[in-house]
Design a protein around this ligand. Structure first.
Ligand SMILES: *Cc1c(COP(=O)(O)O)cnc(C)c1O
Length: 493
């Protein structure tokens, strides 16, 4: 007992000594920190405003102070502190002057990668955008009659022709579209939804939460795996405003499951004069199987089945820009258009013009639309293998010495909950390096100019070519050579 007491006392004593030593180090570290004014003289900010430069320095000093307090960074001299602050502030100023968003190479194998901006637009879209963005446009002017127009009508013909619906509305994203749909038709009234469809999509879109914010009261029916038509029927009361169906984009319920045919739900709802809303998510405008891709519900098919409102994203399988599109019966879409919330979630000229441009690509006969997303999605393994070989021939001696690069068949994903749980043929470069870990390897590729974003699986680093444009191949070659160089220089050759 005494022995144990002595031991704890001893440990306490040592801990205290360490604490005192650390505090001393901290105090010293604080003493080394320069003042804002001192740093202002030492850092040139190009053209950046002095007040902004001073504020960046102040924030950097504060950050450093916090790091010292938490024991992260002890400083050993004034010059070290100055050097560190200077480097970080200069880097921040550089980023601010050039804007932090930069072009990256998507070698993740996820074509519609939310973190990388979902659908890429391609170069012909850019030429169009340049013309639109540089000046004024007929956003809300009816050029024929010289009167006030309606911006939503710029894309209405496209959307109604492509979907077979009577009317359309466009908002900032599909989450907003769902919110607007529910608020417009079911504010303070009930909406029936199956427990099997209470979805959460990446980026914190949770259907129950959106429903709550919309003012609609959610009436859950059925169970996670089984919902019957009678469940819908029994839930209908005088307070019911609509039935909502949600596309289970990113998962599949398998096994002992059942759900009623959509046509039966629609028939039931219409019998009770209720609209049926569909959150479709991806919103394919054309048949995916005809392009050799897995099945995905086509918007026009959903409309034809009798859904009253169908909502989907503009930057998933549609291949356009971030937008939420609602198509359906005029009576209901007009409720959305007249809702004051519409003004809150409306799109600007850049989005609407890009959407019009992308939709115009769908007007042509057969085949995949001339859109970057479909160029990527429909590329064959054969052409990807050719690209992979081009990369290999571009490797320099250092890269060949430090890396083992292999070409392997793989599967890519559409991403963003599109073409769920299905896979699409692709080709990867597997990059092995004995000298550094796969995590460091991935980080070095991300630090290239432009950054190359690959992925790690089972402890190995891969670059998938499905979403890499031909024009970007030199960037991959360059990244491989530069990263090899960095590995080599760290090893002293
Ligand atoms: C992606 C998705 C959403 C969210 O769409 P955003 O355009 O990202 O706002 C909502 N519902 C479903 C079913 C989806 O797949």
């Amino acid at each position: 007992m005494r022995e144990r007491f002595r031991r704890t006392a001893l440990i306490k004593y040592y801990l205290k000594t360490i604490e005192i030593a650390m505090q001393a180090k901290q105090i010293h570290s604080f003493e080394f920190l320069p003042s804002v004014n001192e740093m202002l003289d030492k850092i040139e900010g190009g053209n950046i405003k002095t007040t902004i430069r001073a504020e960046i320095i102040r924030r950097e000093l504060e950050r450093l102070r916090r790091q010292i307090t938490t024991g992260g960074i002890p400083l050993t001299s004034r010059s070290e502190a100055v050097k560190r602050v200077k480097a970080n502030v200069q880097a921040q100023i550089r980023v601010l002057l050039e804007t932090p968003l930069q072009r990256v190479v998507n070698a993740t194998g996820v074509v519609l990668h939310t973190g990388l901006g979902r659908a890429p637009l391609g170069e012909h879209a850019l030429q169009y955008l340049q013309n639109i963005a540089c000046g004024y446009v007929n956003l809300e002017i009816d050029l024929e009659r010289g009167r006030r127009g309606e911006r939503l009508d710029l894309v209405n013909d496209y959307l109604t022709l492509l979907s077979g619906a009577q009317q359309s509305a466009v908002v900032n994203n599909n989450a907003a579209a769902v919110l607007l749909m529910l608020n417009s038709v079911a504010n303070r009234r009930e909406v029936i939804v199956s427990r099997g469809e209470l979805i959460e999509i990446g980026g914190s879109f949770r259907l129950p939460d959106v429903m709550k914010k919309s003012g609609a009261k959610m009436v859950e029916i059925g169970t996670t795996n089984r919902t019957h038509l009678a469940d819908y029927e029994n839930a209908i009361t005088s307070r019911t405003a609509a039935i909502l169906l949600a596309h289970t984009s990113n998962y599949r319920i398998q096994g002992f499951t059942t759900k009623p045919a959509e046509s039966d739900i629609i028939e039931l709802a219409h019998h009770h004069n209720l609209p049926v809303l569909l959150d479709l998510g991806s919103g394919a405008l054309i048949n995916m199987e005809s392009l050799g891709l897995p099945h995905e519900t086509v918007v026009a098919d959903a409309v034809a089945r009798g859904f009253d409102l169908v909502s989907f994203s503009g930057d998933k399988l549609l291949g356009g820009v971030q937008a939420g599109i609602v198509v359906g019966k005029r009576e209901y879409v007009n409720k959305l258009r007249k809702n004051p919330l519409m003004r809150v979630v409306r799109c600007d000229k850049l989005i609407l013009s890009m959407l019009a441009f992308i939709l115009s690509r769908y007007m042509v006969e057969s085949g995949p639309p001339d859109i970057q997303t479909y160029r990527f999605l429909t590329r064959s393994r054969e052409s990807l293998r050719k690209m992979a070989n081009t990369v290999l021939t571009g490797l320099d001696d250092v890269a060949k010495r430090f890396f083992r690069v292999e070409i392997l068949d793989s599967v890519a994903e559409a991403g963003s909950g599109s073409l769920p749980t299905e896979t699409i043929p692709s080709v990867v470069l597997r990059i092995q390096c004995d000298k550094i870990s796969e995590v460091k390897l991935a980080a070095l590729f991300r630090q290239q100019d432009p950054p190359v974003v690959g992925y790690i699986r089972a402890g190995q680093f891969f670059l998938d070519l499905k979403a890499v444009a031909d024009k970007e191949l030199p960037f991959i070659v360059n990244a491989l050579n530069r990263v090899a160089e960095a590995v080599a220089s760290k090893r002293g050759k």
